[in-house]
Design a protein around this ligand. Structure first.
Ligand SMILES: [Zn+2]
Ligand SMILES: [Zn+2]
Length: 230
């Protein structure tokens, strides 16, 4: 956990059996100048131009502090628990990890159903974006990732090696980009139903259960926890 490349906007406090993650919620990497965000107050995924607004990033992505406690020693559960909408984990950039879905009915996969209008993306090249604006038009911020966060992995992953930690899920297991041992790109077929497997990683050379975000198909992130979530 200490070995992760936490951004300057992240404060980690280690307790007896858990650690506390605090950040301003704004990712520590570059963002596009604008985003397509769903119309105010809409929680239905947009499917076309008339359902989104072009919003400047300084309004769309605002500080939305995260304060979450995560187990230091994850507890394995044979029975997986579905991840829900909203925060499923935290990234070293200070922003949130989400599952791959944009809606509760799991019909809109953010990466697959992504679109852009005049070069302004719904989900950006880091596979992240902000939540819809609040009904009063104020920014709601809460930038989050729905797929491999390339702005993070490009900076920390080395060619020919297993990916480095990009964050932790709420069950305490670490999360990695798509590079497995030797830098081989791992796919969903190589992983269990929760996009995890056991093996050595740079931070845990003895081996640990860990999740991989993948590039091949949904779930690009993690659709279920294999650890106990409080
Ligand atoms: Zn989203
Ligand atoms: Zn691995």
């Amino acid at each position: 956990m200490e070995a992760a490349a936490w951004g300057a906007n992240v404060t980690i406090t280690v307790g007896d059996d858990s650690f506390r993650f605090e950040s301003d919620g704004i990712p520590s990497h570059e963002l596009p100048e604008q985003f397509l965000v769903p119309q105010e107050g809409s929680f239905t995924p947009p499917v076309g131009e008339e359902e989104v607004s072009v919003v400047d990033t300084d309004i769309a992505v605002v500080a939305s502090p995260i304060d979450i406690t995560i187990p230091l020693e994850p507890t394995w559960s044979d029975v997986p628990t579905d991840t829900g909408l909203g925060i499923i984990g935290v990234a070293v950039s200070g922003a949130m990890l989400f599952n791959d879905y944009e809606d509760p009915s799991r019909s809109f996969v953010a990466v697959d159903d992504n679109f852009a209008i005049d070069g302004v993306p719904f989900v950006d090249s880091c596979n992240g974006h902000p939540l819809a604006l609040a009904r009063d038009g104020s920014g709601q911020g809460q930038y989050h990732y729905h797929g491999v966060p390339y702005c993070i992995t490009d900076a920390i992953d080395a060619d020919g090696s297993h990916s480095s930690i990009i964050g932790f899920l709420r069950d305490g297991y670490p999360v990695y980009g798509p590079q497995d041992d030797g830098g081989v790109i791992i796919t969903s077929d190589d992983l269990d139903e929760c996009s995890g497997h056991v093996g050595p990683t740079p931070e845990f050379p003895e081996g640990i259960y860990h999740y991989h975000f993948t590039e091949d198909r949904s779930p690009y992130t993690v659709d279920c926890y294999h650890g106990v979530v409080n």
